[in-house]
Design a protein around this ligand. Sequence first.
Ligand code: DGY
Length: 324
Amino acid sequence: MDTHPRMVVTRSLPAALMERIAAEAAAWVNPEDRTLTPAELQAVADEWQPDVMLVMAMDRIDADCIAALPASVRAIATLSVGHDHIDLPAARDRGIAVIHTPDILSDAVSEIAIMLMLCAARRAQEGERMIYGQTWKGWSPTQLLGRDVTGARLGVLGMGRIGRTIARRARAAFDMEVHYHNRSRLERGLEDGATYHDSAEGLLAVSDFLMLAAPSTPATKGFLNADRIAQLAQGAIVVNIARGDLVDDDALIAGLRSGHVAAAGLDVFNREPDIHPGYRELSNVFLQPHQGSSTIGTRVRMGEMLLDSIKFHLEGRDLPNRLV
Ligand code: DGY
């Protein structure tokens, strides 16, 4: 009898992971480099009758999708730390475990957070346009003057593992003064010198740089709206490495157009990849296509973590990275 778990893998993965999946599972892997439609996902699950669905943050695993999964499915493993794309109560109700990849991508995501912060502050998009557009006339004492990062105040919304990693690096590398707002105050050891604000308003008022690092939840969706943007100091810089839906795009674009928000560095967007066209018209933004965890080492470690967890789960062991 074949003891290999049956798996549906919704996207092709780096070679090291594909080799391990081929050796350890009987897997159907999406042969095309695109997200499956809900109907396609359901059709392949019906046909393959998997034990495990290995999915991505772009797959919508909502209540309808979970209700339609065949009875064979015992676990949904998502190659992401974020799990706002999965209806956890619906999975729990059907007795399906949900596994994600916390911790191991915090370093990679914090690297891109620092990159976005620096590129927004130092007007990287405008500089690149001068070079590639061949409009650079040579050094000038008034050319593309940006903002100092060193010593500035960094306001972090969401001091989970990623938020804390960003805060540590911002302090160590740039001597930034770190402030944060979170669902609750961290224990002193975890605060690591950061100042807690019990209201979002308090955080916004002190932030030279606002770093959105909170998960997408009903409480954080639409967080950065017109009212909150007005509470930021004139010339603040916004960075988002969390989820696009934390931001009201029209409000942020209006803030960037008026200069109230000096610049933004964004890695995540509403309705990816069809981002709000207003962003492309702005020169004071630095935009990346959801690249936070995209290093080869991190991606492979995320997959390894899931494959280990799937094995342990099917053996009936407890998992630290199980959500339900
Ligand atoms: C995550 O892990 O949540 C990243 O956004 C990649 O999907």
